[in-house]
Structures are given as structure tokens and as C-alpha cells.
Design a protein around this ligand. Sequence first.
Ligand SMILES: Nc1nc2c(c(=O)[nH]1)N[C@H]1C(S)=C(S)[C@@H](COP(=O)(O)OP(=O)(O)OC[C@H]3O[C@@H](n4cnc5c(=O)[nH]c(N)nc54)[C@H](O)[C@@H]3O)O[C@H]1N2
Ligand SMILES: Nc1nc2c(c(=O)[nH]1)N[C@H]1C(S)=C(S)[C@@H](COP(=O)(O)OP(=O)(O)OC[C@H]3O[C@@H](n4cnc5c(=O)[nH]c(N)nc54)[C@H](O)[C@@H]3O)O[C@H]1N2
Ligand code: SF4
Ligand SMILES: [Mo]
Length: 735
Amino acid sequence: MAKPPLTTIQLIDEFGPTPQYDPPGGWQYAGEPDKLVATHCCFCGQQCGINLKVKDNRVIGFEPREEFPFNRGKLCPKGVKRYMQNEHPDRLLHPMKRTDHGFHKISWDEALNSTVSEIKRIQKEYGKDAFAMLSGVSLSNEKSYFVGKFARVALQTANLDYNGRLCMVSAGTGNKKAFGIDRAANYWDDIPLADVIIVTGANVAECAPITTDYIWRARDRGAKLIMIDPRVTPLARTADLHLPVRPGGDTALMNGILHVVIERGWVDQHFIDNYTSGYAELKEMVGKYTPEVAAELSGVPAELIVRAAEMWGPAKTSFLLHARGIEHHSKGVENVLSCINLVLATGRIGRPGCGYGTITGQGNGQGGREHGHKCDQLPGNRDIENPAHREYISKVWQIAESEMPHKGLTAQEIIEHMHSGEIKGLLSLCFNPVVSLPDANFTKAAFDRLDHYTIIDFFLSETARHADIVLPGSLHEEDEGTSTSAEGRVIRIRKAVDCPGEARIDWHILKDIAERLDRGKYFDYKESEDIFNELRVASKGGTADYYGITYDKIEKTMGVFWPCPELDHSGTPRLFEDNIFFTPDKKAHFNAVEHRPPVEVPDEEYPVVLTTGRVVSQYLSGTQTRRIGGLLDQYPEPRVELHPALAASLGISKGDWVKVETRRGEVTMESMIVTTIREDTIFIPYHWADNKSANLLTIRALDPVSKIPEFKACACRVSRVERPITLIATVDRCT
Ligand SMILES: Nc1nc2c(c(=O)[nH]1)N[C@H]1C(S)=C(S)[C@@H](COP(=O)(O)OP(=O)(O)OC[C@H]3O[C@@H](n4cnc5c(=O)[nH]c(N)nc54)[C@H](O)[C@@H]3O)O[C@H]1N2
Ligand SMILES: Nc1nc2c(c(=O)[nH]1)N[C@H]1C(S)=C(S)[C@@H](COP(=O)(O)OP(=O)(O)OC[C@H]3O[C@@H](n4cnc5c(=O)[nH]c(N)nc54)[C@H](O)[C@@H]3O)O[C@H]1N2
Ligand code: SF4
Ligand SMILES: [Mo]
């Protein structure tokens, strides 16, 4: 039975007047704050320190938090405006249920009871795993740990996965294969000490803005910067070398650079012989990736490949950073491994100024991928299929090992199983798949087929419109907790205000559901700190060992880098200092990876490559940042970036509107003709929904191991169209 998505407007009609947003005279006249709360930004993985100004239990502004060592007061536009969500008129203030006439306000009791009775009914009729859970890593470590335990112990389903499946899993898989641990190898203080820096598939200035400062500090010392991206991103404009890779060409490109490095004798043979395995096989494989072969496969001219090798090869210190540009591929893991091969071959890791790291994307994208949020994982980055790991965690959770579910489906696979009808019910929080998963029409159809769907969010996201029950949850600043930044630094998130209206802290809601499922005794926590203390024990002995980290220790040191196995351990800002790795043989592993093309390559019908990504002022699916005026002003609508040569060949001029079509769908947007992109490629930012969603176009192709979607490459065609006439509906929001 199809359930039409319900919209915000129907919802607000139900409730009458919206809460007042601006205080009289505007925020700047809100008066002196009652207190300043030292915490962190709720958005990206940089986790900048920020002071929130609080007055009358409302966040009214911010001040720089100069003393936090990572960003030293600096913030990007999103950090500056994040405080405006707290009192936003769209905040969900009551539980609601779907009716034929829109969402209706209901009591917490009714909302929780109907959710629980649907969980019980579906699981009784179709089995435990027919009820799935999806979660996200904007959640603190405490909430992520809670969710992992809640799904396995309260819902007793194998099918829990998280939005990091769209984000960090290719890097995580690659890192575990090569190093046996999933964390950036260095803290960022090593970046300014590097003599050469490669940044690949990362739009640092827009997506990890504070990292720009670290790279520029290296450049001030004379470091060379090599940027690899199909676009000349803002940071690439300041680089010594830009390699304009064709989307999907990264493994070939890295193999080509390594080929030259080996040929010229720039490898560190002592390091290779003593601390690594797999080099002989790798060396033989890259033998065929001459600069010319690599150029053909990657779209980067051979002489630029040689020049990159000449910069990287002989350097004394170096740092390689990558992000989703190489990871969002059906060979994301292989791309990551090809980067690690280059780092290991030159032996420059584990020393000051010698490093490697993926730039973690989501706020708690690091911590949230360590404590059991993933379908195949238990806390401490343990393996849900490893008997010893299962035994240890079932003891901590006080359940029988046989009760612990096994490996479940990944996020995209859960959607596929909703579509095919095998998964009947869903509970989700902190994830907006209707906007963020590929092939959005398919995702929407999958949600429409659910028997029951309960969501916890603080805004009515596009996915929430498909829900049967909507539960109002908490913002970052409404709970205590910890988070782990891109550097691996565990930091304290502090509560600044209470939840508004009837909204509640996310884990309090889950605890209530567990109680109604008669599993409450496993979740007897009073404070977030109680959850953290259990997490510490659960992670002990795992690779992501937090045992030695306490709230008190974080307060005193401005963050502790994991692994931190003992209370008297001061944390590990730089991994592998003694050249001992976390693999079973304690060596770093080379992996010989060959070039493979993307699943869909251009052809006569769809001759152009489409790649997607971000802009500085919007965040992820946009449900938060599209509600903040100042950020929308900066980039109000998605636009299609294309090169003047491509535009000319299609008869497209400045300001023209274009239709972009793929085998999945089409969008119509304004064009943006720029010389900063390859001629064969177009770029669309993905932060918008409905008919402005880039994911109407993208392909449901997954990396076979990490199961990350191929957001960064598919085939499309572009044509000029008349500017569409926009119908503006006026709705009286305050009836
Ligand atoms: N402003 C802003 N900042 C954010 C976020 C946000 O939504 N907005 N999100 C956060 C999150 S969760 C994430 S994951 C990170 C993402 O951070 P990034 O990965 O830096 O951002 P993207 O824009 O997804 O992609 C980065 C670059 O990859 C390039 N690219 C595309 N295809 C390829 C390819 O095949 N090879 C190579 N080498 N490059 C390619 C694109 O042109 C783009 O410039 O940002 C985090 N920070
Ligand atoms: N085409 C294309 N698609 C992409 C990407 C791309 O580059 N191109 N990037 C992918 C990447 S890297 C990522 S990370 C994903 C992100 O995709 P999503 O995770 O779906 O994006 P978010 O906007 O973070 O969605 C989070 C939802 O949870 C809510 N939320 C945030 N914090 C909390 C909280 O503390 N509690 C509760 N209860 N709710 C909360 C927000 O209001 C929002 O509705 O998108 C992916 N999709
Ligand atoms: S760089 Fe990331 S953490 Fe820092 S202010 Fe911007 S969005 Fe927030
Ligand atoms: Mo991400």
C-alpha cells in the first residue's frame, strides 16, 4: 500500500501558530548571555571548538573558542550559523502520527506504544530481522554505542547499519586491510611539518576548511602541494601541481606515480623489507602502469604524472590526505589502497611530518564507526563474526552469546530489501536516505513499501515525510557526550540547553522503547557518562581502545587521542611510531590493485561524466543548513558546473538552464560555466531534495567490499532548456 509523503505545511496547519523565531529587534539585541558553554561544532568531522552563548535556556549566538588547539577560534560559515537551529520554527516539538490529513499530534505514550506494537507484530509475523534500524554519526559516541547495543539487544535484529556507509567505509576497509586499524595515522600537527603534500579527492577549502590552515602552514615552510581532482577546487588554485583526474581514474593514476617512484629508486627499501609485506607482488603489478598507460586510464597527462612522482619521491617528509572523491566509487577500497601503497613504498609514516589520513566527513564520523553502529561490527571496532569478540561483548552486555545477532545488511542493502518487501519495518534516526542515497526514486519507493516506519529527528526531513510515527529528538547542544574528530581526538560535547517543547534526548527515547520491549534492564543508564563508562569497558582490548579515556581526562587535556588503553596512558596522536602495525603479523600490507572503470562509463547516449559533492555553505542532505537563511543566501540553489568547451558544444551560454539526464532520472537546473572543471565532466552539489536532488541521477552501484555507493561517477547527457516557470505557492503558516 503506497503511503504518500506528507509535507511540513500539512504538519504546521495542524499545529496553528509557529513558535517565534527572532526575538524582538533581532538576535543581536537578545541581550547579554547568561553563560558561555565550551563545546564543539555539530557539523563536520573537524569538530571545531566553539563557545555557545546561552540566555534563558536558548542558544543566542557563539563566540570563538580560541583555546581549543585544533581550530584556535577559527570557524567556517556553517559553524558560525549552526546556533540558529535551536529555536528554529521548524523544530519538531511533539510526537506525531500519520493520518489521511497529514501528521497529527499525539502523546508520547501513544507514539511509543504504537511503535512497539508494530515492532512486535512485524517480528512475530516475519522474524526479528524483518524490522531494521538505520542510524547516523552526527550522534555522539554514547548514542552510537547505545544504538549498536539497542538494535542487537532490544530489537534483536541483525539489520542495523548507519549513514557512514555512504561516507567512511571505503577508507575504513582500506585502512584495516593495510594497517589493521581504522584511523588517520597522524594528528594534524604533522601536516605543517611535511615537505610535500598530496591531497586527492578532497575539496579541503570547502569541506574541511580548517585543514586549509594546516596545509598553508606547510606551504609557508616551502612545502609542495599536489592536488588531484577533476575540478580545480579553491585549494587547488594555490597548488604547485594539479592533476585533473577523470572521475574513476585514481587507482591507475596512483599506480602510475608509484611506477615512476620505483623506477627512479625513491623507495625506502629498509622500511619495505622490515615492516611490510606484499611488496614484490605490488612492484610487479605497477610495472605495467607506465606514465603513458596511467595517463590513458586516468585522463592525466603523462608528464604531470612524472612531475608528481618527482615531487613526492625524493622528499624527506610527506603527508597524503584523501576524502570521498576517491572513496565514493565501486572501487573505493582499491583507490584507498593505491594511495597507501605510495605512502608505504616511500616509508614515510609514523614519524614527525610523515603521515597519511583520510579526512573523516561527518561530525562523529570517526567515533561513530568504532562502537558497533555498523552491521558487521561490535564496540572497539570488533568483528561481529569473530567468536572471541562476540564472547567478550556479550559478557559486557550480560546476554548469552547465542542471543547476539550475526552480521546484517548494509544501509543500501536494507533499502533494497525494503523495496523487495523482505524488510517490513524500520526505526531510524540521524539519517535522511531519501536525499542522500543514490537513485532517489528507488529509495522513495522502498520507503513507501514499509508496513511501519518510526523516525527520530528534530526537523521533518524528507525521509520523515514517509514515516508513520515521528518522534521529536535532540540537537547536539541538548545532551552531554563525547565525539571523536577526524584526527582521532576524543572531545567533550557539552549540554547548553534543554530540548524545546516535548522533544526529548535521543537515547532517552530509545531507552523508553527498550523498556516497552521488556529489555529495559540492559539500558539502565542515568547519565551519558554511564554509557561512556560502559563503552570504555566494551572497547577495551579492541583496536579502537577507549578504556583509558574519561570525561575528566578530556576536560583536563582538551581531548585524548585513541588508542588509549590504560588510565595512566596519555593517548596516541601519531600511530605506528615504532613501525608496529595492528595487523596479525604486525606489518603494514601492500595490496596490488589494478585499475577498473566505473560501473557506468560514458557512451553515445550518455556521453558526459557526472560527479557530485558539496559546497561550503551547505551540509549533507541539507535538512539542517537549508533552514538557515544566511547559509542559503551564500548558495541558494544547486547549479550544474560545466566547462566552457562542453557548454559551447551544447549551445549553452552563461545563465542558461540545463536538463541533466541519466538512466535513473533527470533534473533541471541553472548552469554555471567554469574553467575549473574537466571538459568531459559535470559537477552537481547534492544538498537539495525533491526535483533538485542530484541523487535522482546517481547510480545504485556499490563497492563489493565496503558497499559504498558510486556517488562520484556515472554517465549523463546535458541539454539546454528554457528557464522553468516557478509556481510560488503562498501558504499562511500562522492560521
Ligand atoms: N561544506 C561542507 N563540508 C562538509 C560536508 C558538507 O556536506 N558540506 N560534509 C562532510 C562530510 S560527511 C564529508 S564525507 C566530507 C566530504 O568532503 P570531500 O570529499 O572533500 O567533498 P566532496 O565534495 O564530496 O568531494 C571532494 C572532491 O572530489 C572530487 N572528485 C570527484 N570525483 C573524483 C574522482 O574520481 N577522483 C578524485 N581524485 N576526485 C574526485 C570532486 O570534484 C570534489 O572536489 O565533507 C565534510 N564537510
Ligand atoms: N550524490 C551524493 N550523495 C551523497 C554524497 C555525495 O557526495 N554525493 N555524500 C554521502 C555522504 S559522504 C554522506 S555522509 C551522506 C549523508 O547523508 P545523511 O546522513 O542522510 O545526511 P544528514 O543531512 O546528515 O541527515 C541526517 C538527518 O539526521 C538529523 N540529525 C542530525 N543530527 C541528529 C541528532 O543528533 N539526532 C537526531 N535524532 N537526528 C539528527 C538531521 O536533521 C537529518 O534529517 O550523504 C551521502 N550522499
Ligand atoms: S570546519 Fe566543520 S566543524 Fe569547523 S566550523 Fe566548519 S562545519 Fe563546523
Ligand atoms: Mo560523509
